[in-house]
Ligand binder design. Structure first.
Ligand SMILES: *Cc1c(COP(=O)(O)O)cnc(C)c1O
Length: 399
């Protein structure tokens, strides 16, 4: 008998973190690896935010805080929802956790009973199904093809909902595809969900501030009749380049918020007091760099999409947000690499690219859609140019 619990056996380690780790190991062994696997902005945390953390340390703001967030941070979050999303919340409808990921984890642990179903549109963020499995739930994968822009089709959504459905998880802008739902598209989804009042909605808005051109962000809690069933998750990781600080939050029904706090009180207690002070400054301080950083991501997206689409066998959509693209490599399946190994599926493609051309990307199957790969372009233009040349040479080398 293994010491490891049965619930843990249901899940696997995060494949995106695994790729980052593999690239790190190859680099340590002396290989010049270009990593396009990482899911975090390459920009530094803005200085005003760092200073707020230093001040918190010097002021002795170094003790346990309220379990689910300091009053100052909850207040800043309430203001953020009002200012940016025109959503009204009381502070007892807000929870703060050690990253958005922990907030999602707590929410699932706090609400899922054995056998409850959670509808997860694919391609999905790698953690959703495994968190649901760990909580004892059943992920119901709703496939969203490239032809649909990797977005939900209302008829198929309707079919995926059963009596056992507890949650549906929405993520716009999306990791891994960059797909963004317009207000109109969210209203279409809402029409279906309004017919099923037993279904709760987890809206993962972590990429809210990484959008391009004239895209106007809209979140499903803005639909008045649905708001009581929506848990809106967000955080400072992506918008403020604060992935290492570990602060995420959510707003939603009091009952869920209270249940989340109960779990947190028996696990991590509270998110870091220093990071919370920094997050207050992030949300209340100047916001001007957000647009500048998004503009710089947009230039990289333009370059990456244009270059990928010039490669025979690769097909890439031009998404409106996040810092990922999700090109198809289906045109190259069945070919052989220079060592004679057949590229039978996306994992072979990704592995051969890493081993023979030193570029790390993540296979689409890790995100629930086979025949694709994810590129994170949250890296310098110089790295992207080098990487795209290598990807292009690799694809041409396949016979
Ligand atoms: C990065 C990310 C998160 C959460 O990140 P944290 O650092 O835990 O706040 C949540 N959802 C998606 C889709 C992400 O890419």
């Amino acid at each position: 008998m293994s010491i490891v619990s049965n619930s843990l056996k249901r899940i696997k380690p995060s494949p995106t973190l695994a790729v980052t780790q593999k690239a790190r190991e190859l680099r340590a062994s002396g290989k010049d690896i270009i990593g396009l696997g990482a899911g975090e902005p390459d920009f530094d945390t803005p200085d005003n935010i760092k200073q707020a953390a230093i001040k918190a340390i010097n002021d002795g703001d170094t003790k346990y805080t309220a379990v689910d967030g300091t009053p100052a941070l909850k207040d800043a979050i309430v203001k953020k929802f009002k200012r940016e999303n025109n959503l009204e919340y009381e502070t007892d409808q807000i929870t703060v956790g050690t990253g958005g990921k922990q907030v999602i984890y707590n929410a699932m642990m706090a609400t899922i009973n054995e056998g409850d179903e959670v509808v997860i549109p694919a391609p999905y963020w790698v953690s959703y199904p495994d968190i649901v499995l760990l909580a004892g739930g059943t992920p119901v994968v709703l496939e969203c093809s490239q032809k649909q822009g990797f977005k939900i089709n209302s008829l198929e959504l309707e079919k995926s909902i059963t009596k056992k459905t507890k949650w549906i998880i929405l993520n716009s802008p999306s990791n891994p595809t960059g797909a963004c739902y317009s207000e109109k598209e969210i209203r279409e989804i809402a029409k279906v969900l309004l017919k099923h009042p037993h279904v709760y909605i987890l809206s993962d808005d972590i990429y809210e501030h990484v959008t391009y051109e004239e895209f106007k962000f809209f979140t499903i809690a803005q639909i008045e009749n649905l708001k009581d069933r929506v848990l809106t998750m967000n955080g400072v990781s992506k918008a403020y380049s604060m992935t290492g600080w570990r602060i995420g939050y959510a707003a939603g029904p009091k009952e869920i918020i209270k249940a989340i706090a109960k779990i947190q009180s028996q696990s991590t207690t509270n998110p870091s007091s220093i990071s919370q002070a920094a997050a207050v400054e992030a949300l209340n301080g100047k916001q001007d760099f957000i647009k500048k950083r998004a503009d710089s991501f947009q230039l990289r997206r333009d370059f990456v999409v244009k270059t990928l689409n010039k490669i025979d066998g690769i097909e890439c959509l031009n998404p409106n947000g996040a810092f990922y693209v999700f090109p198809s490599c289906k045109g190259l399946i069945g070919k052989k690499d220079s060592k004679g190994n057949e590229i039978k599926k996306d994992t072979d493609f990704v592995q051969s690219l890493l081993e023979n051309y030193n570029v790390a990307v993540v296979q689409g199957s890790a995100f629930g859609l086979e025949g694709f790969f994810r590129i994170s372009y949250a890296t310098s233009m110089e790295n992207l140019k080098k990487a795209l040349e290598k990807i292009s040479s690799f694809c041409k080398s396949l016979k």
